[in-house]
Ligand binder design. Structure first.
Ligand code: UDP
Ligand code: MG
Length: 319
């Protein structure tokens, strides 16, 4: 049974050597039958060179270089597509998720589970803003989503071939992989773990990327925000009706026109609601547009390892 390990890497040159070392150690019981797929997601530092080096010095280490940066979820998808294993283990390059948990995850899978995901009981070395937004996000997402998506999970999990095939069969472009696995079903179970601080470098998830991921998640797994727009519309109609009563009342009683303040208030309130509703529709429409274009998710620039000639072999040939 082949075990695949998939890791997306963007500007992780300082993490890669340690990552491979820990992965090689953690997968030792399956060392005869494992591959490590490192996906370089358009790094601008020496990540690719480091991946090539690792693939030369360790058997079964493969590298995949995307043509440009496509984001964590797409890079992970690329690696998952390349993985050939019967069981597939995925984690981040910065060793925030301990690879040693693989042993326990494998044991769980032996008991018949298809998806064993890591659930963060604690996050070390992350800013309170990140912790708070992440905490809030998972709660809101679950409120809105029709699929129960486990709270506080990331992309740290071991999955079976059939669960992976189910996810790879989903053609959508805006990919929220943890949600897609939740949606796929099969037997799932979580394992609690403490999330360590980043090994090296900085987070590759600035606020803007986090917000995009959050919108991808919400729009991929819920149409409730769209329905919320309708509800808001009803609410404002109700308020408008009350306002109308008030306006007529004061007209009859005091025969005055409504004051400037209330006019401004009403206008700003309603235009706010309208913009919000338009924005929600825009979010969905934009994603529909992207899906409709049906572009390939990524292009592979280079590959190393496992049958593919390594860079040094190619260099020897050309020199
Ligand atoms: N990553 C990627 N492409 C990106 C951003 C991130 O492949 O555009 C990778 C990154 O190298 C890491 C993983 O995704 O392996 C998670 O990123 P990071 O650790 O920066 O996120 P955080 O843990 O801070 O949420
Ligand atoms: Mg990280």
């Amino acid at each position: 049974m082949l075990l695949s390990v998939v890791v997306p890497c963007m500007n992780e040159e300082d993490s890669v050597p340690m990552l491979v070392e820990r992965l090689v150690a953690a997968t030792d019981p399956w060392s005869t039958d494992r591959e490590i797929v490192l996906v370089d997601d358009g790094s601008t530092d020496g990540t690719w060179g480091e991946i090539c080096k690792q693939s030369e010095s360790h058997a079964g280490v493969r590298g995949l270089k995307l043509s440009t940066n496509r984001g964590h979820q797409v890079a992970l998808t690329a690696g998952l597509m390349a993985a050939k294993g019967q069981r597939i283990f995925m984690l981040d390059a910065d060793l925030q998720d301990p690879p040693e948990l693989l042993q326990d995850m494998m044991a769980m899978m032996d008991r018949g589970y298809d998806v064993v995901y890591g659930r963060r009981s604690e996050r070390k070395g992350e800013s309170w803003l990140k912790k708070m937004t992440a905490h809030g996000f998972y709660r809101v997402l679950n409120r809105l989503s029709d699929v129960p998506i486990p709270n506080d999970t990331g992309d740290f999990r071991l999955v079976s071939r059939r669960a992976l095939d189910a996810v790879l069969d989903m053609p959508e472009r805006s990919r929220f992989i943890r949600g897609m696995f939740a949606w796929a079903g099969f037997n799932q179970i979580g394992i609690e773990y403490v999330r360590d601080p980043r090994l090296a470098g900085e987070t590759k998830y600035p606020m803007s990327k986090m917000i995009r991921l959050a919108f991808d998640a919400l729009s991929s797994f819920s149409i409730k925000p769209l329905q919320m727009a309708t509800r808001l519309a009803f609410l404002t109609l109700l308020i408008a009706a009350l306002m109308a009563v008030y306006v007529f009342w004061s007209l009859i009683l005091y025969s005055t026109v409504a004051g400037w303040a209330s006019t401004v208030l009403v206008i700003s309130f309603f235009s706010g609601i309208q913009l919000l509703t338009l924005g929600i529709i825009g979010e969905y429409l934009g994603r529909l547009y992207v899906e409709a274009k049906g572009r390939p998710l990524f292009f592979v620039d280079e590959q190393v390892g496992n049958g593919v000639e390594t860079l040094s072999e190619r260099a020897q040939k050309t020199s």
